[in-house]
Design a protein around this ligand. Structure first.
Ligand code: ZN
Length: 170
């Protein structure tokens, strides 16, 4: 198993993780990290997780699954049985380096429990120093747009046509 490290956004070693990115690209990514951390609820610690040994492309690239380079989750809402969260992930997959951004909302389907439903996932290819910064920026912009919307899981389930909690008598 790969060893991961975690820390605040300021502690993410972007230059080490993305060696092909130049100073301008790294600065762009640093600003995106800071902007995403600023969107977190005030009571939430900024926690990022990274795998330094995945900074270089694995040989061969993973046929299934992903070798994660950097990831974070931003919880927008959380109660005992309901949640709304953002996820950002940079990972090596079979087709190369990609940046993924998703909005996750708790499942309230009656027949099956899907855990979390991922709405409108964004999945961007990013194979070199310039494109990683562009993709990272675009993914973060999408996450910030979601964060700027209602932080109410029911709103997003409704927008996606998903079932709502039946025990909600409010
Ligand atoms: Zn479901």
């Amino acid at each position: 198993m790969a060893r991961s490290e975690s820390g605040t956004g300021d502690e993410v070693p972007l230059g080490e993780l993305f060696g092909k990115a130049g100073p301008v690209e790294l600065e762009r990514m640093r600003l995106a990290v800071t902007a995403l951390d600023a969107a977190r609820p005030a009571d939430q610690d900024a926690e990022w997780e990274w795998f330094a040994e995945h900074a270089q492309a694995p040989v061969p690239l993973p046929a299934v699954g992903a070798s994660v380079v950097l990831q974070t989750t931003v919880g927008l809402y959380e109660s005992d049985s309901d949640w709304l969260e953002l996820e950002l992930e940079v990972a090596w997959m079979q087709r190369g380096l990609r940046v993924g951004a998703v909005l996750g909302v708790a499942c309230w389907c009656e027949s099956d429990n899907h855990g979390t439903h991922y709405l409108d996932p964004m999945d961007l290819d990013a194979d070199d120093g310039t494109s990683i910064a562009e993709a990272f920026d675009a993914a973060t912009a999408q996450l910030l747009a979601w964060a700027g919307g209602p932080r109410d899981p029911s709103y997003w389930r409704g927008a996606a046509g998903l079932p709502q909690p039946t025990s909600d008598t409010s």
